[in-house]
Write a protein that binds this ligand. Structure first.
Ligand SMILES: [Mn+2]
Length: 235
């Protein structure tokens, strides 16, 4: 079976509970739609777990993009020993929850920091996944801003895929993909339903970010969608 989750935001606890809940095995595949890091406490632990498996794949989110741009501020050896220069003020990343990611990286240790950094550098900005019955899914973190019917996926700017919003009730590339699956926008912002649930737009968009890191008033939770059966799981 092929599964998707999004916006884990350091919630290693919910991630492991979910893997058990769906009985995830080596025969399955899992696609994480970005924003594994920031806000929650254990981002490094999730990346290390994913790196140790060959059937879990990550897509770039805006928080991974910020991490890549800001982390050389926090860990000078990234610049000194590896030539990675910071291009984003640490304060900007910190305001978006980067501090907790730094904490989890320090716990993981220096050798792991460079491994994780290089691993995140390899994340693609989108993926196309096909299931056995032939349905095709386009997986992307935030959406397809400045969408044009004839625009190639490779021609979108990174910002158009990981940051900016788009119409969740729109229809995108209907001849190519059955569904566009996104995270990034917690579904409680699109639909006031509680607890937060997977959002099905009027077109072909599905938003699976149910706000795993936003508990309390928003009643957020981690969602997992099985692409073969469209079954929903929540933690
Ligand atoms: Mn995001």
């Amino acid at each position: 079976m092929k599964y998707t989750m999004s916006d884990l935001h350091g919630r290693y606890d919910k991630y492991t509970i979910m893997l058990n809940k769906i009985n995830f095995t080596e025969d399955d595949e899992l696609f994480l739609l970005g924003d594994v890091c920031d806000r929650g406490p254990e981002a490094a632990q999730i990346y290390l777990d994913v790196m140790n498996r060959d059937n879990i794949y990550c897509i770039m989110g805006n928080h991974e993009k910020m991490l890549l741009e800001a982390l050389p501020h926090s860990f000078g050896f990234l610049q000194k020993d590896y030539g990675y220069y910071a291009t984003l003020d640490f304060e900007i990343w910190s305001a978006c929850g980067g501090g907790s990611t730094c904490g989890s990286l320090i716990k993981a240790g220096t050798d792991k920091i460079i491994d994780i950094y290089n691993y995140i550098l390899s994340f693609p900005f989108y993926r196309v996944v096909e299931v056995e019955d032939g349905r095709k899914f386009l997986l992307v973190h935030a959406g397809l801003d400045n969408y044009e019917r004839t625009k190639r996926l490779g021609d979108y700017l990174p910002e158009e895929l990981v940051w900016y919003g788009f119409d969740h009730n729109g229809t995108y590339y209907p001849l190519l993909y059955d569904r566009i699956i996104v995270g990034h926008t917690p579904t409680f912002l699109l639909n006031p339903q509680k607890p937060a649930s997977i959002f099905y737009g009027k077109g072909n968009v599905i938003d699976i970010d149910c706000g795993a890191v936003f508990e309390g008033e928003s009643d957020g939770r981690l969602a997992c969608l099985c692409l073969d059966t469209m079954e929903e799981f929540y933690v």
